[in-house]
Design a protein. Sequence first.
Lengths: 114, 114
Amino acid sequence: AQSVTQLDSQVPVFEEAPVELRCNYSSSVSVYLFWYVQYPNQGLQLLLKYLSGSTLVKGINGFEAEFNKSQTSFHLRKPSVHISDTAEYFCAVSYGGSQGNLIFGKGTKLSVKP
Amino acid sequence: NAGVTQTPKFQVLKTGQSMTLQCAQDMNHNSMYWYRQDPGMGLRLIYYSASEGTTDKGEVPNGYNVSRLNKREFSLRLESAAPSQTSVYFCASSTDRVIDYGYTFGSGTRLTVV
């Protein structure tokens, strides 16, 4: 079955430290990958997406993600986090081509401590 | 601002009561979705509508009904609320080519069933 796995449910980190949030997806011929962020008591917002081309994708707020086809991963990274990055992050995958519905991971709560 | 509007933002129901969650989008999107978010479970698709006049079941449709009233509006109805339906409900919309912009989410409805 098609699935998305976020390997860490919670990631605590100190301010200005680097962070990596991990996401793996089921192997498929073609996939489109997304990261969303949800700040407390808000809806989800698109951070970045990978459709094709360069495997390193840059998004808003200094986040970037790298598509690795051989490892079926799409990990999210930021070199230096801020308190304001405290939020829940969701990885999502479209397996059904350009019109396929998104399948979401269970989310990773990033907690940035001063 | 253009986007997805959900009403109400908060609701408390007694077991057995019914209610309808409203969702409207002003982005001329064809596709609309209802998700529920529970701690540790991520986002689970309840129903979706690929176009006006069509609806399809998602992963967790039991206990819910939907109506795609027109292109703008997609409502979710709980006929006889149960405590297991306590959750945060999100509506989302997208263009036909989901990968172009991903989903646009509303800010959610926090429902408590007592």
